[in-house]
Structure formats: structure tokens, C-alpha cells
Design a protein around this ligand. Structure first.
Ligand code: ATP
Ligand SMILES: Nc1nc2c(ncn2[C@@H]2O[C@H](COP(=O)(O)O)[C@@H](O)[C@H]2O)c(=O)[nH]1
Length: 394
């Protein structure tokens, strides 16, 4: 906390100064939420991230909040508008996929984190036009064949599915590559990252830590693919309780004898580890069958038949592998010169583009009526419509 810098005290009002470029190469906006004023400050050199400070008039003090989520890099200016319990931030002069950001100031996630951390909290999330398909969570005891079935799916439909690469503290197996099969991590590093909120879920499994980072799931969706998570039952329970909407599939072995045979034949674990995994398997199968986490249970007896059943569950039977190219993602491409405002429940972006002989003005309506996700991942489900030029409307 500290005293308000002199240049900001006079400016603590929404409106005319919003998006003002200051002469020292910084841009600042102020947004009032309740009795607090949120100030976002960015430098125009693109190296630093947009900074957040809160002025609390009841205390007469500046608060520097804990900032969660990936921060946007600063740019050639930005404009802001308050939308429900988040501040919509539009970056100027950035690439189309980096223009829309949300600073959550009082969402459910922020309230939870504020309570947990005991500090003022804000959380960033990048806005994405369009939706992602529901991720698929696959669980089941070690050795049941989750990885085998997932590999078959990814091989047959490479452009449709992407794998969520987990973090783990276990040692890599012979053929495993860092960043492909897992992000192999030191325990102390992973524990610190867990504290910092990097993971969507994490669990101690067979004596090691495993976790799905928020980013592991988001990068798959960003690539336009459907994300597949291979995680244990504890992890599936955490994902079920999270804001991520997914389909949950439990893979069951035909018998404990067959499970043991598969684990032994795989030859990747020591005798002690095999026994530990088998001991844990009974409880996992019990939970998998009895809990209401899973939407489907799939018995992996004959591999080819099980794979066909998995595809059927996912609506892929009879799917033509060489699928036609999917439509190009819609992108919003804001000109450098724009401002944003709220009209009733609509977000209106006023764009000014200069051509060789004339200047044109366009209005874009940003549709924020069906947002999904949010901090600390992406805010998806945005849409936009060009609603005409200023000249037409005036
Ligand atoms: N239906 C099946 N019939 C016979 N063998 C199978 C079948 N499915 C998988 N296997 C074999 O069982 C072994 C274990 O499979 P896999 O590694 O896919 O299991 P997993 O569930 O991913 O295990 P973990 O949780 O330990 O990663 C592998 O050697 C695989 O080839
Ligand atoms: N909760 C999580 N469980 C995970 C994750 N990644 C993998 N797993 C599960 O761990 C066991 C053992 O895997 P192995 O590669 O050591 O054989 C298996 O059941 C996986 O499903 C994760 O990110 N979170």
C-alpha cells in the first residue's frame, strides 16, 4: 500500500482520461468498481505487462493486488470498459489473437482466491472469439489401457484431438520425452507452482505428484483441437468441481488378473511399483464405478472393440478421417485507433481507420452474452458483429 502518485489523484475518474496516452510512453485507464478505482498502466515498448493498482478512497491508499493468470504484455495503448464484475481491456496495435483481455475484479474465482490468499486479488484472462469443444477426461487404474486408447484416437484424428501434457515429479521412462508425454518437474518446483495457482488440478498418485496446468488445456483449445486429459480419479473429481465443462470417461479392466498381466507385460515399473499400482487399482475402480463423476464407463477387454466403442461414445463412428478443412476462425482485427464503451448490456467498439484518401469509421458490437471459462484460463464464447459505420448511424 502507499500514497497515490500526484499525477493520478486528479485523474481518478472514468471517462475522458480512459486510454489516455501519457507523454512518457505509458498509457493508463481508470475504472470505478463499487467504491474502488482500478488503474491499469502499460508502457508502449511491448516488453512489460499491463500493471494494475487499486485506489481505495475509504482508506485513502493505493493497494497493489496479487495478480493471477497470464498478464497481457503492454502495447501501444489500451482502452477499458467495465462489464459486470470484470474490466474488458482492448489492446491497441496488437495481433488479432492478443487484442481482447479481461481483468476479473470480483468474479467467483477472484472472490475465492481473495479469501484463500487474504489479499486483494485481480485475475487476467485472454478473450477468445468462439468456443472450444468440451474436453474429454479419461481415467482408470494404471495399466488399463488409457494411454493406448488415447494414442489410437490421436493417430486416427490428428487434427481433431490434442493431448493435455501433464506435469509430474516421477522419473521419465525410457521412451518418454519431456514436454511431449509429461513436463517432468522437481517436487519443490511443482509445489511452488501449485501454490501460485498454475494447476487446474493436481494429485499425489502412486507416490508422485501429477497435475494438469491451466495452460496445458488452453493451448490445445487455442489450436482449435479438442483436449484429452489422462488423469487419475482424484484429478477427475477436481476437474468435475472446476468451471471446466468436460466429458468424463472411466476405463475399466476386464479383471484384476488381466490388469496385473498388462502392467507386468508393459515392463516399465519395478515389482514394488507394480504392487503399489495394483493396490491402488481396487479403490480407483470402486470410486470410478460408484461416484457420479463419470458420464460413461468403458470396459477395455478386446482392444479393437473397445476402441470402436470409445469412438461411438464420442460420436466418431463412420466419421470421414480426411475431414473437410474447418472454417477459418473468426478474428477481430481492431485498428490502432479505437475506443470502447458500454451501451445497455452491449459493448460497442468505435473504430477509426485511415485509408490513402479518406478516414472511415466503423462500429463493432462485441457480443459478451455467452461467455465461458475465465481466469486463470481463457474467456471464450465471444462474438462480434460489425453494426455499421458512424456516418450511417449519425
Ligand atoms: N485391450 C487391451 N488388451 C491387451 N493389452 C492392452 C489393452 N489395452 C492396453 N494394453 C496394453 O496394456 C499395457 C498398459 O496400457 P497403457 O500403458 O495404455 O495403460 P495406462 O492405463 O495408460 O497406464 P498408466 O495409467 O500407468 O499410464 C500396454 O502394454 C498396452 O499395450
Ligand atoms: N490427477 C492427475 N493424474 C494424472 C495426471 N497425469 C497422469 N495422471 C495419472 O497418473 C497415473 C500414473 O501415470 P503414469 O504415467 O505414471 O503411469 C495414471 O492413472 C494417470 O492417469 C495429472 O495431470 N493429474
Amino acid at each position: 500500500m502507499g500514497e497515490a502518485p500526484a499525477f493520478l489523484v486528479d485523474d481518478l475518474q472514468d471517462g475522458p482520461l480512459n486510454g489516455l496516452e501519457l507523454t512518457n510512453g505509458t498509457c493508463k485507464t481508470t475504472t470505478t468498481v463499487g467504491d474502488k478505482t482500478y488503474v491499469t498502466v502499460g508502457a508502449d515498448d511491448g516488453t512489460l505487462s499491463i500493471d494494475v493498482q487499486i485506489f481505495d478512497p475509504s482508506l485513502g491508499e493505493w493497494v497493489y493486488p496479487t495478480v493471477l493468470g497470464t498478464k497481457p504484455l503492454s502495447c501501444k495503448g489500451h482502452s477499458t470498459v467495465l462489464f459486470e464484475n470484470r474490466i474488458l481491456v482492448l489492446k491497441k496495435g496488437s495481433k488479432p489473437d492478443d487484442q481482447i483481455w479481461f481483468l476479473e475484479v470480483d468474479t467467483e474465482y477472484v472472490r475465492q482466491q481473495r479469501k484463500k490468499l487474504g489479499t486483494e486479488v485481480v485475475a487476467w484472462s485472454k478473450g477468445v472469439i468462439g468456443n472450444a469443444e468440451k474436453p474429454i477426461v479419461i481415467s482408470g487404474p494404471s495399466g488399463v489401457g488409457k494411454g493406448t486408447l488415447i494414442s489410437m484416437l490421436m493417430k486416427e484424428f490428428p487434427s481433431m484431438f490434442g493431448f493435455s501434457v501433464s506435469h509430474t515429479t516421477r522419473a521419465p521412462r525410457d521412451m518418454e520425452k519431456n514436454g511431449v508425454h509429461y513436463h517432468f518437474t522437481e517436487k519443490s518446483v511443482m509445489e511452488k507452482e501449485i501454490k501460485n495457482g498454475k494447476f487446474l488440478e493436481f494429485a499425489s498418485v502412486h507416490g508422485n505428484l501429477y497435475g494438469t496446468s491451466v495452460e496445458a488445456v488452453e493451448v490445445v483449445a487455442d489450436a482449435g483441437k479438442r483436449c484429452i486429459l489422462d488423469i487419475d480419479v482424484q484429478g477427475a473429481r477436481s476437474v468435475k468441481a472446476s468451471s471446466l465443462e468436460a466429458i468424463f470417461i472411466f476405463i475399466c479392466p476386464p479383471s484384476m488378473e488381466e490388469l496385473e498381466k498388462r502392467l507386468r507385460d508393459r515392463g516399465t515399473e519395478t515389482e514394488e511399483q507394480i504392487l503399489k499400482r495394483l493396490r491402488n487399482a481396487s479403490a480407483e475402480i470402486e470410486q470410478g464405478k460408484s461416484s457420479n463423476i463419470f458420464d460413461f464407463t468403458l470396459y477395455n477387454d478386446n482392444l479393437e472393440e473397445s476402441y470402436e466403442r470409445l469412438k461411438k461414445l464420442l460420436g466418431l463412428n463412420g466419421f470421414v478421417t480426411a475431414s473437410p478443412k474447418s472454417a477459418a476462425p473468426r478474428e477481430i482485427n481492431l485498428p490502432m485507433d479505437h475506443s470502447v464503451s458500454k451501451l445497455d448490456d452491449k459493448i460497442i467498439i468505435n473504430c477509426i481507420s485511415s485509408g490513402p484518401d479518406k478516414e472511415s469509421k466503423n462500429l463493432i458490437m462485441l457480443d459478451v452474452s455467452s461467455l465461458k471459462g475465465g481466469a486463470p484460463g481463457r474467456t471464450r464464447g465471444l462474438d462480434f458483429h460489425v453494426i455499421g459505420s458512424m456516418d450511417q448511424l449519425s
